[in-house]
Design a binder for this molecule. Structure first.
Ligand code: PRP
Ligand code: ZN
Ligand code: MG
Length: 226
């Protein structure tokens, strides 16, 4: 709907774990982007593409609602948004064009270092802070565990020390954040990488041609990185 200009709109994370690698991928694919300015929309100079730089959490919704044609986002954020939309009876259609070779991380349960943990049953009756309440709820249900979920948008790792929660469920990449906060990773509940997604119902021929031109380049860049 919002693509009247017919320029292909690609959403990427503005700042965070995926932004440097997303930008590097575009550059390796030959896109000339002026990202020096802190602007929401960056025009690609040599192709009919606009890059939208937004919060990662907003990317699945932008693609599912057809506001952006493509997006690069973590599978964890994508899955969380899909689960939420299923619950809300909202549409959550998209196509994964490519699983990328960056943004690897795991969504894990972590508890204070001195705490004993012997599997999910240890979480029974506990309070768990997370930014991913739907993925956590699904895991707890699968494990048959009843726990209270506290939804925090940030600073999840300080919740136990602040007395807000007994445990957390957060993304772990290097493990430095957990370590710095006296926490230990005890269970992995979801493994994630960055993916390139496309909105459903994209029919414009010029846009489809552009995507068909981009995909072999992305594959080539990934092969070269292997
Ligand atoms: C995650 C998580 C931790 C950090 C863990 O945040 O919330 O803050 O990464 O990484 P580490 O194990 O290497 O220390 P993320 O960068 O995904 O982003 P956001 O919370 O800003 O969306
Ligand atoms: Zn985020
Ligand atoms: Mg974080």
């Amino acid at each position: 709907p919002a693509t009247e200009s017919k320029r292909l709109r690609i959403a990427m994370q503005k700042s965070g774990r995926l932004s440097v690698d997303s930008q590097a991928l575009f550059t390796s694919c030959g896109l000339k982007i002026n990202l020096r300015e802190q602007r929401l929309i960056a025009h690609v100079e040599n192709m009919d593409i606009d890059i939208l730089r937004v919060r990662d959490d907003d990317i699945p919704g932008l693609v599912m609602d057809g506001v952006c044609d493509l997006g690069i986002v973590g599978e964890n954020v994508l899955e969380e948004e899909s689960l939420q939309r299923k619950l809300d009876n909202d549409s959550f259609d998209y196509t994964v064009l490519k699983r990328l070779d960056f943004g690897g991380c795991r969504l894990s349960i972590a508890v204070p270092q001195e705490e004993n943990y012997s599997g999910a049953a240890s979480l029974e009756g506990k309070t768990i802070a997370t930014t991913y309440p739907r993925l956590l709820a699904r895991y707890l249900k699968q494990q048959g565990v009843n726990a209270r979920i506290v939804n925090l948008k940030g600073s999840v790792e300080v919740a136990p020390r602040a007395g807000l929660a007994d445990a957390i469920c957060d993304l772990v990449s290097t493990g430095a954040t957990l370590e710095a906060n006296g926490l230990k990773e005890v269970d992995v509940i979801y493994r994630s990488k960055a993916v390139l997604i496309q909105r459903k119902g994209l029919t414009d021929e010029r846009q489809l041609k552009l995507i068909n031109k981009l995909m072999p380049r992305i594959n080539g860049v990934m092969q070269a990185n292997e």
